[in-house]
Design a protein around this ligand. Sequence first.
Ligand SMILES: Cc1ncc(COP(=O)(O)O)c(C=O)c1O
Length: 396
Amino acid sequence: MTSPTASKTSYVSRKASSFTESVIREMTREALKYGAVNLSQGFPDFSAPYDIKRRAMDAIDNDVNQYAITWGAKDFRDAIARKTQSYLGIEIDPEREITVTCGSTEGMIAAMMATVDPGEEVIVFEPFYENYAPDAILSDAQPRYVPLRAPDWNFDRDELRATFNKKTKAIIVCNPNNPTGKVFSRDEMEFIAGLCQEYDALCFTDEIYEHILYPRAGADIRHISMAQLDGMKERTVVVNSMSKTYSVTGWRVGYCIAPPEITGAIRKVHDFLTVGAAAPLQAAGAYALSLPQEYYETLQREYQARRDVLLPVLENSGFKTFVPDGAYYIMTDISQFGFSDDVEFTRHLIRDVGVACVPGSSFYSNPAYGMQQVRFCFCKKDETLNRAAERLSKLK
Ligand SMILES: Cc1ncc(COP(=O)(O)O)c(C=O)c1O
């Protein structure tokens, strides 16, 4: 019997065909396959805090096992509002300005789908966290890239200004930045804010590393949220998550903070994408986001120690490192190893040396820009970092 319709060349949509699977997540699978120490994907291999886990277990035991309110359980939203007030000094209405999402991953794409129309442009600094490019494709945004240039990862202000135009709907600012470790200064943030206001554009800020900062003498390394700046709260979507701050990347609990009109749109998109984030984990989130300042100070100290273990290891193994001021990654330059590109080098590192990293090209719109860079993460136990150090010492 012949088919009533002509056969299709592919069942895959144009959108889904136009991006690849995540290179970062693929590196984790490669690391598992070859038994490599995994310094690729950014997730801790140490335990999450016991008391936070206990709250999740208690919630399940107490039958917090059904759908939470679509845009987030009230006690969790209240805790987010209190923490945002105490850490950033920003007053937000938990009833109208918060959407709890399945990680900041969902938060970012829901925010883009809720605000961007086809043909509108979204500015992205590059190198960028690799999700933003597929986010743009899936939400019909036209990405426009502006380079952050090594070694300081500064942007050229004239170049950024020239990229803004009447089609600009938004700019994405990942601060502290993955993969570079850059922490945007107040002056830089104010410059970006000025352009957003001049061009009536939104700002999506990915702030999931807000507590992971490395203060140093002679530099004012502090987290500034775009929503703190004058005239910006009304045009900013803050995207945040429990993943990194509480070492629970597998829980998939994040949130967006945005003005009421935008929140209304994000909530609708979120509802039909996922209905909601895991209810018992939101209950534990209400506890986690109420932890005292000391928790964040310890987190920061411990990450500083891990960073200071991995930096000399990489340098002594022949990498040129770009010292991060925030987040938990180290971008490196591999030109002195003499490999033709980052993918070939990464393959060698995983299969022959036994350490996994992420090829730099995955952070750029044009892979050529990242051909001599790779990224390592250091959100790992001391013993993991030591094992990596032992293997990397054989690299030269
Ligand atoms: C900058 C950035 N944003 C978002 C994510 C994903 O976060 P979540 O687990 O909250 O979805 C990551 C994870 O590595 C990240 O580095």
